[in-house]
Design a protein around this ligand. Sequence first.
Ligand SMILES: Nc1nc2c(ncn2[C@@H]2O[C@H](COP(=O)(O)OP(=O)(O)OP(=O)(O)O)[C@@H](O)[C@H]2O)c(=O)[nH]1
Ligand SMILES: [Zn+2]
Length: 353
Amino acid sequence: MNAARDVARAIDALRRGWPIAIHAPGEAPLPLLAVETADPRALAAFADAGASPLLISSGRAATLKLTNQIAAADPDTPVVIEPAPWLDFSTAVALADPQFDLATPLKGPFRTDAVTRPVASLAAIRLARIAGLLPAFFIDGIDPEVVIAPASIDRHQDARALHLATRARLPVDGAEDAEIVAFRAPDSSDEHIALLIGQPNGASPLVRLHSECLTGDVLGSLKCDCGPQLRAAIQAIRTNGWGILLYLRQEGRGIGLVNKLRAYALQDQGFDTVDANTRLGFAVDARDFGVAARMLDLLGQREVRLLTNNPAKVAGLEAAGMRVVERVAHALPANPHNARYLATKRDRTGHQL
Ligand SMILES: Nc1nc2c(ncn2[C@@H]2O[C@H](COP(=O)(O)OP(=O)(O)OP(=O)(O)O)[C@@H](O)[C@H]2O)c(=O)[nH]1
Ligand SMILES: [Zn+2]
């Protein structure tokens, strides 16, 4: 069987509410049913009533004050909640989805169990993020049809599979001589874009990595600084002479649009952008800048001047083999709606504002 195709089938199955299993070498298979897309019927078909443990991410478990009783070597190791008669479908949803945390006190008590398949468990949390689902699963039900290995997920996400698909002239507001270049990978529907602005002049290009933000880029959301940063980047590159804007399909810092909007709902309850991601069970920043390095490489660039306030972008590009010769600040004025968001980036995620 083709490993990459199996991962695509696994993602599709999870999104449809069908079970899959992850089988890591040296571990028993881990059958999984995503809580977000399951319903009581799917759960009944997966396992006997009250017999299925729940697997949740370490961040979500910490939020719920449920940690492993047996200390895990890796703090990211997900947490298994023992089955209990009161751990029915709706209780599992309340454990998985933080939007009800303040409104509905949880039933319980819940007990955690040893994680016997740590590699497959971590891979499950990663797969939920790739599928854009909440990272929570019923586990240990029937043997599903689709079984994948954690290594296949790595192959599926490998930036080296990205290739240049097509290019065309694209006059844009502020840069009428721009050219658009599209990139694709066979296993992913994410079509990343580069906008080449101006003519190469022998100097390193001024480069902006822009992660997709539908709300900010398209709808003019004032909650973040993405829209103004996008337009200012085109301006800055034009003024510089030449450079490249990469438009990366990494919505919500890599957790997907729906999960980002869930994070916004938590921000409406008072949590900041960092705590909202953690409560949902995701890393604060789930992006992989190897994709950007691969795109620059395919465009023949090995050295860049990077427009960013985020040191993690510089580190991510350099870890992927790109030389960042200069960081160029890219801060824009705050508005009353994004002031707290910008302050959180400065105070909690190391942004140099
Ligand atoms: N999860 C989550 N994502 C957000 C939130 N606000 C904005 N985003 C996403 O964050 C990304 C914006 O990041 P970038 O513009 O690349 O900025 P950055 O990492 O802060 O670094 P800079 O280069 O300094 O701008 C986009 O994918 C947005 O969709 C939020 O509250 N939660
Ligand atoms: Zn935004």
